[in-house]
Design a protein around this ligand. Structure first.
Ligand SMILES: [Zn+2]
Length: 141
């Protein structure tokens, strides 16, 4: 079951025929897991492929999504949230070290963590599972 998704079409030059290559890139949450995908097809020749993965998307995909759709900022809904469940969710969802999780937790209580809408929805879900309420604020590109 896909619970969140965001995509963008990126065009470039086909390496095979110099035609227009259209890549459909996106991020989604599939059964609670952060995932990404690329579907490429040349408008001129028969070049086509599909690639999918789990976990953080390649930086190129993230940048394309944020350029098209903007970013989303995630903040804790209250300052009363306990630090322990926040650190646990960050380490579990984002696979951060304890030091990295502490820095991310400080951002969550302050200016907010920024990423693609799907990444932030995924993290918000992980925090919600640990009873930590959050606020998602989209900032358009
Ligand atoms: Zn081609």
């Amino acid at each position: 079951m896909i619970t969140a998704t965001q995509g963008v079409k990126v065009t470039s030059t086909c390496a095979t025929c110099d035609g227009v290559l259209v890549r459909d890139v996106g991020q989604f949450i599939d059964r609670g897991r952060l995932s990404w995908g690329v579907e490429g097809r040349c408008r001129l020749c028969s070049d086509a492929w599909c690639e999918m993965g789990e976990g953080p998307a390649p930086e190129e995909i993230r940048q394309a999504l944020m350029a098209e759709h903007g970013t989303t900022r995630l903040r804790l809904a209250t300052r009363e949230a306990g630090l322990v469940p926040v650190l646990r969710a960050l380490r579990e969802v984002c696979h951060l070290s304890l030091g990295e999780a502490r820095l991310a937790a400080a951002d969550l209580t302050g200016v907010g963590l920024v990423g693609t809408s799907v990444e932030m929805a995924h993290l918000a879900e992980g925090l919600r599972k640990r009873s930590v309420a959050t606020t998602l604020v989209p900032s358009p590109a």
